[in-house]
Design a protein around this ligand. Structure first.
Ligand code: CAP
Ligand code: MG
Length: 416
């Protein structure tokens, strides 16, 4: 512990919340965390060298259970998310010394940050591909999430596109099951994507889920490219950051990142790793769009948290808050934030008011559950965005737009 330590520009700084186990002081627990996450272990070792001591982590800025720990960047391999995680978010979470340990945020030093590629397209790149200047993008997830056969899957996607969606995506648990094998789905759905683009005169995109064992994932991404697709989707937590980095390195397609399973370690306020940290690594590793929550839909994650993550992934620099450290992203492109989970047209004004226009508003149930079906559901979502862009209430706009009116009568501003 070095309370007066001032981090240098070469330090990676972590913001932790530490709850010591019974019988240990806070300082002792912090010390154990700093040692285990950098150069040390439970006792001094005879094999130590003076030059190693210089690399030790330094805990400073303790306030209640909050502490910052600084790590010299030489401790980390450049360009490797798994390596950084194995240090600062590795053994420490299972140590008996801590009853609870939560890594809230990480501030990366410039050199380490620069060793990562960041998004290839990001917000501007997606807007250019889809030719949508400044409104939020409207997306949907094909539902039912599993079970549809390929032909029906492609038809649902087509209906959503012609109804007004810019983007259609697979669900996180659809990969290449017998009822809807990847190769067949890619061919059929991308064919429908082209057809919908031609018929509507709008550019349409398909986030097809390539999540699989890494070699199979790359083969699937190659096939998407061959078939003319512009995007793929990746389950960044279940497949892992190494898999994401492999995809970013070996494919030139836009990467939509789904975060299924993050709740297993982000939800406990006293233990685990925050979604903010996941978002940091996702931006560095190079996702172009990322689920960040909604503040209002079916998934956990309040407005403050979602807003802070939104800023973190889309701004060039962010200031510190209670839960966030300052960060200069030093040219890494902004990531498109995705608001998904229990969304229907009535939520659109809330999402745009709180998270701005640079969001992808995604609704699965909120499109395909429309009383008049998928086409009407997609139209209603698009009308809700158009209404809000024009500063009109959904009720007034709905008076002249039937699909939106029907959605509002059916769901209103449903709360979870
Ligand atoms: C949304 C969704 C997403 C969630 C995940 C789903 O569907 O496709 O996976 O948004 O949560 O299957 O639930 P609905 P998050 O629109 O039908 O709810 O975005 O918070 O990671
Ligand atoms: Mg889903």
């Amino acid at each position: 512990m070095n309370k007066s330590y001032k981090p240098t520009k070469n330090d990676l700084v972590c913001l932790f919340r530490v709850t010591p186990s019974k019988g240990l002081s806070l300082n002792e627990a912090i010390n154990d965390v700093a040692l285990e996450s950098s150069t040390g272990t439970w006792c001094d070792v005879k094999s130590n060298k003076k030059y190693v001591n210089k690399l030790g982590a330094k805990a400073f800025a303790v306030s209640g259970s909050w502490v910052k720990i600084a790590y010299p960047q030489e401790l980390f391999e450049e360009g490797s998310v798994p390596n950084i995680l194995s240090s600062i978010a590795g053994n420490v979470f299972g140590m008996k010394a801590v009853k609870g340990l939560r890594l809230e945020d990480i501030k990366f030093p410039k050199k380490l940050l620069k060793s990562f590629p960041g998004p290839r397209f990001g917000i501007k790149g997606y807007r250019k591909i889809l030719k949508v200047k400044d409104r939020p993008l409207v997306g949907t997830i094909v539902k039912p999430k599993l079970g549809l056969r390929t032909k029906d899957h492609a038809k649902v996607a087509y209906d959503a596109w012609v109804g007004g969606c810019d983007l259609v995506k697979d669900d996180e648990n659809l990969s290449s099951q017998k009822f809807n094998p990847f190769e067949k789905r890619a061919a059929k759905t991308l064919e429908m994507c082209d057809k919908a683009s031609e018929e509507t005169g709008e550019k349409k995109g398909y986030f097809i889920n390539v999540t699989a064992e890494s070699m199979a994932m790359l083969r699937r991404a190659d096939l998407v490219k061959e078939l003319g697709g512009k995007f793929v989707m990746h389950d960044i937590i279940t497949a892992g950051f190494s898999s994401l980095q492999t995809l970013r390195e070996n494919s030139k397609l836009g990467i939509h990142a789904h975060r299924a399973m993050h709740g297993a370690f982000t939800e406990n306020p006293e233990h685990g790793l925050s979604m903010m940290c996941v978002a940091d690594f996702a931006r560095m590793a190079g996702v172009d769009s990322l689920h960040i929550g909604t503040g209002i839909g079916k998934m956990r994650g309040g407005k403050r948290e979602v807003k802070e993550i939104d800023d973190e992934i889309e701004k060039q620099s962010v200031g510190k808050t209670k839960h966030r450290l300052e960060q200069d992203w030093d040219g890494l492109k902004p990531v498109f934030a995705v608001c998904s989970g229990g969304i229907s047209p009535g939520h659109v004004p809330y999402l745009m008011k709180n998270f701005g226009k640079d969001i992808i508003i995604q609704a699965g149930g909120g499109v395909h559950g429309h009383p008049d079906g998928t086409v009407a559901g997609a139209t209603a979502m698009r009308q809700a965005v158009d209404a809000t862009m024009e500063g009109e209430t959904l009720e007034r706009y709905g008076a002249t737009h039937d699909e939106l009116m029907r959605a509002m009568e059916y769901w209103g501003r449903i709360r979870f």
